[in-house]
Design a protein around this ligand. Structure first.
Ligand code: SAM
Length: 397
């Protein structure tokens, strides 16, 4: 078929849904007849949504690209506080399933015309009577537009069971509103050429429904019966990493702390070396840096942690003040200390006020670790061990 619309009609329908979501900020969204998850793959970027669900009778279509719904690597490395879970179910929209009740928005984009008329009735009852979401967007072809589609004879798709005129669509929609307590506005996407718009309407007609009882309807709370109905098959489920999950928060916080502690230590060592002090001399020094340290350096000190191990103490207060991300994640220095206390990757001073970082350079560190391992030098090896464990943890990501 000749391309009549720019952007293409399917994109205009999806953009309509996205614009609605931007305005209304629903947290729980279901896309019925999600097919290859095209709309879901766009909606996963709208992080006001916390639960995104797709349903289709055709599992092969759904699974084709479902792995594109998974988080990308940066979402593991730099998770936000947003929460998002995505679930895909195989099932028919004419069947009830308790897991789909209480949603903020249900979309049914070019689905209804694939149902036999007897099933449209069941679908209406399931969607508006049982799922009872706050809002519903239904799009379907407008048959009055068909004469403008070049080369079209019959329906727009071989699987369509009907295509409604505007009056037919509106009659179904208004009946549904009457029976289930909704109101509806009619609109559409895909403009006809100027001069014909009034006569033929939009190419895809759209009804936007809102439940009259708003968000606090008792029907939103699934009753015992509702819990027992699980007619759909779960095909895919993924929870995005979120800083609201304590385990994720701890992992990210620890990696930030280790990174910044290392940076601060390096800056301090460089400053000391720049002042004329030999790096080798520095390694032999014991105790605090003394009067020659600048204000910044004075906040750190070197510590002997064992017969062969020496560490630089990086005060948590210093880390906290120079790393906004650590501030945001921990809230206060005492929280930060509590977070790090039991973490095997972080070595704290006894009073929990500073992180101990090995004062050797990276390349020396590895050699030293090997040596220490051979000699079984426990306390010093703990400092180096943290670097090794961190690498293992990063591989897991
Ligand atoms: N909504 C999709 C989009 O915007 O990209 C396109 C929908 S496609 C034209 C129609 C979909 O409805 C197909 O994937 C089909 O498998 C699905 N479908 C048909 N009958 C169904 C039923 N009874 N229950 C659930 N899905 C059904």
């Amino acid at each position: 078929m000749v391309l009549l619309f720019s952007p293409p009609l399917h994109r205009q329908r999806h953009q309509f849904v996205i614009d609605f979501i931007k305005r209304n900020k629903p947290k729980k969204v279901v896309d019925l007849g999600c097919n290859e998850c095209t709309l879901l793959r766009k909606l996963k970027f709208h992080r006001e949504i916390e639960l995104l669900v797709g349903v289709d009778i055709n599992s092969a279509a759904m699974t084709k690209k479902m792995y594109e719904l998974a988080p990308i690597s940066t979402e593991y490395l730099l998770p936000s506080y947003d929460q998002l879970s995505i679930e895909l179910y195989q099932g028919s929209v004419t069947q009830k399933d308790g897991r789909l009740r209480g949603f903020d928005l249900v979309t049914s984009i070019e689905l209804i015309e694939h149902l036999h008329l007897a099933d449209v009735e069941r679908f209406s009852e399931v969607l508006f009577g049982y799922m009872a979401p706050v809002s519903v967007i239904v799009s379907t072809p407008n048959s009055e537009f068909n004469p403008l589609l070049p080369g079209l004879t019959g329906f727009r798709h071989s699987d369509h069971k009907f295509e409604w005129t505007r009056a037919e669509f509106q009659s179904w929609a208004l009946q549904v509103c009457l029976e289930h307590g909704y109101e509806v506005q009619f609109t559409g996407v895909g403009l006809a050429p100027p001069g014909q718009r009034e006569r033929v309407g939009f190419c895809s007609q759209i009804g936007v429904f809102h439940r009259l009882s708003g968000r606090d309807d008792a029907r939103l709370l699934p009753g015992d019966d509702a819990h027992e109905i699980f007619s759909y098959t779960l095909l895919y489920s993924i929870a995005y990493p979120s800083l609201r999950d304590n385990n994720v928060l701890r992992r990210i916080l620890v990696s930030e702390v280790l990174y910044w502690a290392e940076q601060l230590k390096r800056g301090w060592m460089e400053e000391k070396t720049g002042e004329g002090e030999e790096a080798s001399a520095l390694c032999q020094t014991q105790g605090g840096g003394g009067e020659r340290l600048s204000e910044r350096q004075a906040e750190m000190e070197e510590k002997q942690t064992g017969s062969a191990g020496r560490c630089v103490c990086v005060p948590l207060a210093k880390l906290w003040s120079c790393c906004p991300r650590v501030q945001a994640m921990s809230g206060s220095v005492s929280h930060l200390s509590r977070f790090l206390l039991d973490d095997p990757l972080v070595k704290l001073t006894q009073d929990g006020s500073a992180v101990l970082v090995d004062d050797q350079e990276q390349d020396q560190e590895e050699e030293e670790y090997d040596d220490l391992e051979d000699t079984g030098c426990t306390e010093a090896s703990q400092c180096s061990l943290s670097a090794v464990q961190q690498e293992d943890w990063e591989v897991d990501l």
